[in-house]
Design a protein. Structure first.
Length: 653
């Protein structure tokens, strides 16, 4: 179904042109200030215009710190003239210079001219930071609440982040982590510098011998401004109002993350449009929209502004940091699938194309969605229902560091990703009943593979769910995934017959191996908790899903406890999913039962770091959730106004 397009299109995508586009993006965004961001978006708009796309627009959104889109609050604008960190005692030495290594300055650092003693500090509550500058091994995000509670305005960190099997901090001894979110809430009241692991160890050695003083000089401003998105369309022939969405984010300083994704995206727009206009391939039935935006924030801002278009955006693709040479990046291309609450055929199609086009030359792996770290997949939320699977070489050796440079990119890898992306976009844009029937069979086959995988786990004693729950889960997944093909012209009769076929097959499979399933065991819960989770029915209050960090806190101490609630119970991984499943009909217990299946899949890939800490998901994580912790988190979400409780549910199902 896709091979005719692929054979015609091969040779149209120019990998060297994509690499040059990435180089231009990186030149602008390496110094990650808002004036540079504006020029970056404008440049994308000019390239889309030059490639002949229709409806090209550069759209502006407020960067004022108050405007919010579905709970994602706008950041302020930020600009820097110069920033340096000096050690002034026991000797004078330049530690950081923004003009040489821009990543050494924490984004949103406010202006300062401060000289003080530094003190080693990793969030200890009894530490006295008065008149001193804390120096931490941790990511600043993880000690920010304690830092603010103690009144500290500045901070130093040599955190780089361990990525299991990919990076140890001393693999990059002379590079720094790029930190873009920790000081955003401070709106210019705080500042920070990132040190290399080598300089961090040097400072700790000096601290063991005596006092160390530093001087921080920052000329910056945090202000009300704007950020921008660039978009353009390849019009469809029969249904131009229906659109397939391509998304790739701007505004990060790495060559891989994400100049490579933007470079491939701009070349996709050019080469696809040229191939259509030259008659190499027919014009597809539906339109293809290209959107380059601020990751997550810009996507939601655009969706909020164009809410009337959302029903006509059928799905698509997100690519992010895809261009690194896999040998240099020690990386694997991860395909983040749409969420289990919306298991769209767009993910199944992309997995099929990756296997057929990329293997064995590109290492790749399909994994569960992670919208909390892959923000441009947030529209896959069933409440918004624009399912966009993501291709990303994450984790990678140089991720979020000053080592993410152009020399690590591979034109060959970018071409491979470009061809897969073009095929995905064109297939979805051109699909009719025949292609949709083929796609439904691909989806059905993937569902059967999931049962087979579960059977292997059952036979090895690693499958934790009883027969009834397993059967219900796989039937629901089959029904949802097959139903998702209907928007690409699968006839309703085919939807119903394929769903029925899979339901019967699941039931037969369960009966064949029923003796292998563990026995169901009730949860040991206090009566009051049991009553609440079985009668509490949740519904959404916004079209989109807020960030976990959108939840209101009474104090820095309350924020610290909230982070503990998330991390100690793996709820940072499940925050979005709680809202995804809250459709106004399911009880919290029914949601938890689904979350436990998702937790099992999440725990199967421990190489992917979690949201903020940079630490990996622990090995051997049990999928069984702490129900009281989930309830505590839900209560916080309800109190913040992103969920409401319906009381008409009669009890457990």
């Amino acid at each position: 179904m896709w091979r005719d397009f692929y054979s015609r299109f091969v040779g149209q995508f120019d990998a060297q042109r994509a690499l040059r586009q990435a180089a231009e993006q990186n030149r602008l965004e390496r110094f990650f200030t808002f004036p540079n961001f504006e020029e970056s978006a404008n440049r994308c708009g000019r390239e889309l215009q030059a490639s002949g796309l229709a409806d090209v627009a550069i759209e502006s959104f407020p960067a004022d710190g108050t405007t919010s889109w579905y709970g994602w609050s706008s950041m302020k604008a930020w600009d820097v003239e110069e920033a340096r960190l000096w050690m002034v005692a026991p000797r004078r030495e330049l530690l950081c210079d923004w003009s040489v290594v821009p990543e050494s300055l924490v984004m949103y650092s406010g202006p300062c001219d401060v000289e003080a003693e530094i003190v080693g500090w990793d969030g200890e509550e009894n530490a006295d930071l008065t008149g001193r500058i804390p120096f931490t091994r941790h990511r600043i995000n993880d000690v920010y609440p304690q830092m603010r509670a103690k009144g500290a305005r500045g901070i130093l960190s040599d955190f780089l982040g361990t990525l299991p099997g990919v990076r140890d901090p001393f693999d990059l001894p002379d590079d720094v982590r790029w930190e873009n979110s920790a000081l955003r809430p401070a709106a210019g009241e705080c500042w920070g510098f990132m040190l290399t692991p080598r300089k961090g160890e040097m400072l700790r050695g000096l601290l063991r011998e005596g006092a160390v003083r530093v001087r921080a000089e920052i000329n910056s401003r945090v202000y009300d401004g704007a950020f921008h998105s660039a978009t353009g369309v390849i019009p469809g022939a029969e249904e131009p109002e229906k659109e397939i969405l391509f998304v790739s984010h701007l505004y990060e300083p790495g060559a891989n993350d994400n100049a490579s994704g933007v470079g491939v995206g701009l070349e996709l727009a050019r080469s696809l449009n040229a191939a259509i206009n030259l008659g190499v391939v027919p014009r597809p039935h539906r339109s293809i929209r290209f959107l380059f935006n601020w990751e997550g924030y810009g996507l939601y801002a655009w969706m909020h502004k164009h809410a009337d278009r959302v029903p006509d955006l059928l799905g698509g693709l997100n690519i992010d940091e895809i261009g690194v040479d896999q040998a240099k990046g020690a990386s694997v291309l991860h395909l983040f699938m749409p969420p289990a609450s919306n298991p769209s055929c767009t993910g199944h199609l992309l997995a099929h194309l990756c296997e057929e086009i990329l293997s064995p030359n590109i290492r790749w792996k399909a994994v569960a969605d992670r919208a909390e770290i892959i923000n441009d997949t947030i529209t896959s939320d069933p409440n918004m229902d624009i399912p966009v699977p993501c291709l990303i070489q994450y984790p990678s050796h140089n991720y979020h560091s000053s080592a993410d440079r152009l020399e690590t990119l591979s034109a060959e890898v970018m071409e491979c990703i470009g061809l897969v992306s073009a095929t995905q976009l064109y297939f979805l844009a051109d699909s009719g009943p025949e292609a949709a029937r083929w796609l439904a069979q691909v989806v059905a086959g993937t569902n059967r593979e999931q049962w087979h995988s579960a059977q292997l786990q059952l036979l090895s004693g690693c499958w934790p769910f009883d027969l009834s729950r397993t059967r219900q889960w796989f039937i629901e997944q089959a029904n949802l995934s097959i139903a998702s093909v209907e928007r690409f012209e699968l006839p309703a009769s085919d939807v119903a017959s394929t769903q029925e076929e899979l339901q019967l097959a699941v039931t037969a499979w369960c009966e064949q191996i029923q003796v292998a399933f563990p026995t169901a065991s009730p949860r040991n819960l206090p009566d009051a908790i049991h009553q609440r989770v079985n009668t509490m029915v949740l519904e959404r209050t916004t079209k989109g899903t807020p960030k976990a960090w959108s939840i209101a806190h009474e104090s820095p101490e309350d924020e610290r406890k909230y982070r503990e609630l998330l991390y100690q119970n793996n709820l940072d991984l499940l925050f979005h999913r709680i809202l995804y499943w809250a459709d106004g009909t399911r009880s919290l217990n029914e949601i938890i039962e689904r979350l436990e299946f998702e937790m099992m899949y999440l725990a199967s890939d421990t190489t992917i770091s979690r949201t903020s800490s940079g630490f990996a998901i622990e090995e051997n994580v049990s999928p069984e959730l702490n129900v009281e912790a989930v309830l505590a988190l839900v209560d916080r979400i309800v109190a913040s106004g992103y969920l409401r409780v319906k009381q008409e549910h009669a009890g457990p199902s």
